[in-house]
Design a protein around this ligand. Structure first.
Ligand code: SF4
Ligand code: SF4
Ligand code: FES
Length: 397
């Protein structure tokens, strides 16, 4: 087990280092461009596929068990000499990041390029709806950059790099757009439990949600859920509209505090095709009244939810959180600065999921999993995420 201080990579209080493009569990994948120096990363004239295969420690693999044309020892002999690394062969493209040319795999997004090859400032591109363990959602647009020849700003998290692309990340247009995205969100949503990175970006970009006036009174419980699409009431002109409403507490495991929801769709995709394939939640309503809802707005125990908590794991604003965290925050007993994170293996079954136990003052307050873990990809089941209460009940030694 390993223990570190501070929040783990997932969860509302922590950001995730993006695995660099081509890494698996922190190890660099074979890169087609390394070694031969051929533009585009392809094999040079006269070289076969074998020339691109990474060698093992003895430096003599050359061909792999997947290469039927290879000669030499058979599969059994080759495997006996150690693991054979099979890496995807990928071409590279050259892009310019604020005037500096870099080469990245051709399937990399601009954000991948900024994380992998950019300066610290470029790698600090703000994101809200992006996560390293999810397909790009492309909803929040806080990650926009300028691309030469493109009339509109482009979302760096979703746009693939193209050879010769010229990207600018810190122009007035980019900064203004990012500020507006953050400011409009903060004017209507409670962002106070978003990660420290989000708070820093709001300061860096000069976000001032109060310039839209004082917040309107919160909606009553269920009021926003009953609104009909296309019937948004006219603003009163004196206050700014918000999504403030009571917290939904309808089960013993997690709460839904949609006053903090920025409609990033991460929970929807985590519950759907990105991880869980349960489809218990989706977007309902239109425009400002759009919201995350269960089917027919039933309470969670009556929905398809299986309480895996993967939606909690990806929520960037604290809208979804465990009851344990919610109750501690309400009681003024929440101490993130004192939190340690211990990595261990889930003992409930034989899959071997990595668990990160978030501990405050001797008690487990949350359980997450590393986004770059090859078994979980940051996602867990109900047992791994919530099955820790018995630990607290152990008699003292
Ligand atoms: S807990 Fe799991 S099943 Fe339930 S809404 Fe969240 S992701 Fe879907
Ligand atoms: S509940 Fe969280 S993850 Fe879901 S849309 Fe709202 S902010 Fe995003
Ligand atoms: S982070 Fe790129 S669109 Fe949301």
């Amino acid at each position: 087990m390993t223990t570190t201080s501070g929040k783990g990579p997932m969860g509302p209080g922590g950001g995730s280092r993006a695995p660099r493009a081509g890494e698996v569990d922190g190890a660099p994948e074979a890169d087609a461009s390394s070694g031969d120096g051929t533009p585009g990363g392809g094999p040079g004239a006269g070289e076969g596929v074998a020339a691109l295969h990474r060698t093992n420690g003895a430096g003599a693999v050359g061909v792999t068990v997947a290469d039927p044309a290879g000669s030499g020892p058979g599969p059994a002999e080759r495997l006996a000499g150690g693991p054979v690394m099979l890496g995807a062969i990928r071409r590279t493209v050259t892009v310019s990041l604020d005037g500096t040319e870099v080469r990245v795999p051709e399937d990399a997004t601009i954000l991948d390029a900024l994380h992998r090859e950019g300066s610290p400032a470029q790698a600090d591109t703000p994101t809200l709806c992006w996560a390293p363990n999810m397909d790009p959602i492309n909803a929040c647009r806080v990650c926009v950059v300028e691309v030469e020849g493109s009339r509109a700003l482009v979302p760096s998290c979703a746009r693939r790099c193209e050879d010769g692309m010229e990207v600018r990340t810190d122009t007035d247009k980019v900064r203004h757009s990012r500020r507006m995205v953050l400011e409009l969100l903060a004017s209507s949503v409670d962002m106070t439990q978003a990660s420290a990175d989000v708070a820093r970006w709001m300061t860096d970009y000069g976000v001032d949600p109060d310039r839209y006036g004082p917040p309107a009174p919160p909606a009553a419980a269920g009021e926003r859920d009953r609104r009909h699409a296309g019937h948004h009431p006219a603003p009163d002109g004196a206050t700014r509209a918000t999504v403030a409403q009571p917290v939904k507490i309808d089960n013993e495991l997690y709460v839904r505090d949609y006053s903090r929801c920025i409609m990033c769709y991460k929970c929807v995709n985590a519950c759907g095709t990105d991880a869980q394939f349960t489809f218990a939640i989706a977007a309902a309503g239109r425009g400002f009244d759009a919201r995350i809802a269960t089917e027919h707005d039933v309470e969670l125990p009556g929905s398809a939810c299986v309480y895996c908590g993967n939606c909690i794991g990806v929520c960037p604003t604290g809208a979804l959180k465990s009851v344990a965290e919610h109750d501690r925050r309400e009681a003024g007993d929440w101490h993130p600065d004192e939190e340690t994170v211990t990595t261990t293996i889930c003992s409930f079954c034989g899959v071997g999921c990595n668990l990160e136990l978030h501990v405050q003052r001797g008690e487990i307050v949350n359980v997450t999993s590393p986004a770059d873990h090859s078994v979980t990809h940051g996602h867990l089941c109900i047992k791994g995420r919530f099955g820790f209460r018995h630990v607290q009940n152990l008699p003292e030694a």
